[in-house]
Design a protein around this ligand. Structure first.
Ligand code: BGC
Length: 761
């Protein structure tokens, strides 16, 4: 026996991937036997129970939930993060007829206890290691608290900043979003779900939620299949290819059929074409909503339609238990269909190791008080990712970085708001643990006397907005003094200071689910404040906190320097101070274009050319233009300044490429300024002539390089045949011979290009 064990261990250590495959093969066979056996013992009610995902709340009290669990009527729990409750639930699950353990899900979107920047901010790092750090720490903290499934990453491509959920995604670009999604999946799930620190990811919202018409929440989407496969579906596919074991279905309709009822999307594309074998989860309430969408006549019909389309799990289930057994009895749904969905759930639980270790990571000693102890936070990691997320938009006369001996006036409704800096979807975050900008600046200068503060203005004077923001408990501060009083106070301290740093933007609740806007400018109260501050003649640094691109041309003109900081999370204030004082040289780049005005939307860099492009010098008549607005955004995708400057030039290894060949792009980068800094070298491609119109350019690579003053370095990219593929006129995924332009630059406006030809051999 000992000999056998030694041999086993020897193989385990030395025989590498082949052995791993064999081991997996064996596990798969065992898994099948285990699950077949389990399914054969389960009643239809218990099978349906596995498809139910439920949270405590409303009529469903904890006691009711516990009873249903023990009856085998619930497969997973979400939105409970309190440890003793989780343990108690698992205990009851193990008393159910077949002792099937529960999984515990939560929206771990940008951190858990330690809150990282909102995802649009994380994407602004353009730094794979920073993205990885945010994902790894989130998984680490969530699993330490006994959770094992997250409803993330959200990889919806977002090109319409009117939609509030752009804050949750990684921006407008398929490649950048795919990279971020892939990294989230790899770092959260890890190599194996059986790893105790593995957190199952749920890529969402499948599909096209980010393309809602007019940016209006929950609205419909309609899109050609070419655009879907070429752009919008790419990041979901990347996350699935990276191994994401769950997919959440979008709330919207896709080409006339709600995603939750969309057999083409959930079965033909997801299962048959992409071979996805994990679980498909509906979004909250989506099954009931099929009635409003007009594709189901009543709740029972909605259940039938959802199951037929390919839904496995009903989130916040209302109707599965009530109607599924009946539908099977009537023959409207076959037991095989239920078995199939149930098998997906049981396989997931098996792979998570829940059957052998149901109390994995559950620590009954942990309670709500001990959970949020400061030493359980990952402040250093959060601060590092946060400062990398900051984008420098303007810096006239090198007004930044500030020296620490200056007298600083910190002003604005967002300067000292612990709640707002966490951003939306930070349910397990604790505002009282967050560092505000005022606090961060005071700590950095180590002399609170040189820093003065005024609230300056309410976020807005729109009572409806406050009602909306505070619908579920007051979170947004409203100062009852008159606007004049607040501004007078702010001007008073501004005049006594050397520089004004104004924190303006949105409340976190303005950039969330169900928070679409049509007006993307700063509210009037904040504009008045900035106008008054500008009039003092003091240098004005505008620090933006917001969850979406805003229209900022007036503020851009007013500011001496301008920083986009999104909502940076628990360590936000320290990160902002690091950048303001030059302890970190800003390196972030925008993951979404900032429109010049709302009328331009959607404005994104990778648009198609038209037959009548607008002239570069002079727009001309009969060109694709607005006569009252530029076509270009205020800040383009990929844009972000640094406290230093970089020069770049590049070469291609060849001007021709064979099918099995490659082109090496060598980029020389030099730091031509006086400060150490990081540049993100961006690689774009244009397929000049093809069977369909191709975008003016598309991001296909990016790399970061850190250089000391006057240091030179090199970045290399390899362009391979597969990277030239696209969906052609016959909807085949191919590369077509012909001319390609390669662009290198520090943002998507770059015109620095070289050309090669793909040969027909
Ligand atoms: C959102 C999902 C989220 C779910 C659970 C829904 O309203 O659309 O993104 O995961 O709620 O909180």
């Amino acid at each position: 026996m000992i000999k056998k064990l030694a041999l086993f261990l020897f193989f385990l250590v030395f025989s590498g991937p082949l052995f791993a495959q064999e081991l997996n093969g064996k596990t798969n066979a065992e898994k099948k036997v285990f699950i077949d056996n389990l399914l054969s013992k389960m009643t239809i009610q218990e099978k349906v129970g596995q498809l139910r995902l439920v949270s405590v709340g409303g009529d469903l009290t904890l006691n009711k939930v516990l009873d249903q669990i023990e009856a085998g009527e619930i497969g997973g729990i979400f939105n409970t993060i309190v440890e003793p409750d989780l343990s108690q639930m698992q205990e009851r699950a193990l008393k159910s007829p077949n002792k099937i353990p529960l999984y515990f899900g939560f929206d771990i979107i940008h951190g858990h206890r330690t809150v990282f920047p909102i995802n649009l901010g994380i994407a602004s790092t353009w730094d794979r290691s920073a993205i990885a750090k945010a994902a790894e720490v989130s998984a680490d903290e969530a699993t330490s608290d006994g959770l094992n499934v997250t409803w993330a990453p959200m990889v919806d491509i977002t090109r319409d900043p009117r939609w509030g959920r752009v804050s949750e995604g990684f921006g407008e670009d398929p490649y950048l979003t795919s990279e971020a999604g892939r990294i989230f999946v790899e770092k959260m799930q890890k190599q194996s779900l059986a790893d105790k620190k593995s957190l199952v990811t749920t890529v969402k919202h499948f599909a096209l939620y980010g393309a809602v018409e007019g940016g209006r929440e929950y609205n419909s989407t309609d899109m050609s299949e070419r655009k879907m496969f070429q752009e919008y579906l790419v990041p979901y596919k990347a996350a699935i290819d990276a191994g994401s074991r769950a997919v959440m279905v979008s709330l919207v309709s896709v080409n006339g059929i709600p995603a939750t009822a969309n057999h083409w999307l959930l079965t033909e594309v997801l299962r048959n074409q992409w071979h996805f074998d994990g679980v498909v989860v509906s979004d909250h309430g989506a099954i009931r909503e099929l009635i409003n969408h007009g594709v189901a006549s009543d709740p029972k019909d909605a259940v039938r339609v959802a199951i037929k389309a390919g839904i496995d799990i009903s989130m916040n289930d209302e109707y599965f238990l009530q109607f599924l057994p009946e539908l099977v009895k009537e023959g409207a749904i076959t037991e095989d269909e239920i078995n199939q969905a149930c098998r997906h759930v049981l396989e997931l639980k098996y792979d998570m190791g829940l059957f052998s270790d149901p109390y994995r990571n559950l620590d009954p000693k942990l309670n709500i008080e001990t959970m949020f102890a400061n030493d359980r936070l990952h402040r250093e990691e959060a601060r590092d990712v946060a400062r990398r997320s900051i984008v420098l938009l303007k810096n006239n006369n090198e007004i930044l970085p500030l020296t620490k001996n200056k007298k600083i006036a910190v002003i604005g409704p967002l300067a000292d708001s612990q709640r707002d800096i966490l951003g939306s979807w930070s349910g397990a975050g604790r505002a009282n643990l967050a560092v505000t900008p005022l606090e961060g600046i005071k700590r950095a200068v180590n002399n609170s006397k040189s820093v003065s503060y005024a609230f300056g203005a309410n976020l807005s004077d729109d009572a409806n907005l406050y009602r909306f923001l505070n619908l579920y408990g007051e979170t947004t501060k409203f100062d009852h003094r008159s606007a004049k009083q607040m501004i007078t106070e702010a001007i008073g301290i501004a005049k006594k200071s050397d520089v004004v740093v104004a924190f303006v933007g949105e409340a976190e609740g303005m950039a969330h689910e169900s928070s679409s806007r049509t007006n993307l400018s700063l509210p009037a109260t904040q504009k008045q404040l900035l106008n008054a501050l500008k009039k003092t003649g003091k240098p004005l640094v505008i620090v933006l906190m917001n969850g979406r691109p805003l229209t900022l041309s007036e503020e851009y003109a007013q500011a001496d320097a301008m920083l986009e900081t999104w909502f940076l999370g628990t360590e936000g204030g320290n990160a902002i101070a690091d950048v303001l004082f030059g302890d970190y040289n800003p390196s972030g780049k925008l993951p979404m274009s900032f429109p010049d005005n709302v009328g331009q939307i959607p404005v994104y860099y990778s648009h198609l050319n038209t037959g009548r492009p607008r002239g570069t010098e002079n727009m001309g008549k009969y060109t694709t233009s607005y006569f009252d607005s530029p076509n270009d955004p205020l800040f383009p995708f990929g844009f972000g300044l640094s406290y230093t400057n970089f020069a770049m030039d590049f070469s291609l290894s060849s001007s021709e490429m064979n099918k099995d060949g490659e082109i090496i792009v060598k980029v020389n980068v030099e730091n031509i300024g006086n400060k150490e800094g990081m540049q993100t070298v961006q690689l774009y491609l244009q397929d000049v002539t093809a069977s369909v119109s191709r975008p003016v350019k598309e991001l296909i690579g990016f790399e970061n390089i850190n250089l000391k003053p006057h240091e030179k370095g090199e970045v290399e990219f390899v362009i391979k045949y597969d990277m030239l593929k696209f969906w052609n006129d016959k909807m085949e995924y191919v590369a077509e011979p012909g001319k390609f332009n390669v662009f290198i630059g520090s943002d998507s406006r770059t015109q620095d290009k070289k050309t090669f030809s793909l040969l027909d051999k």
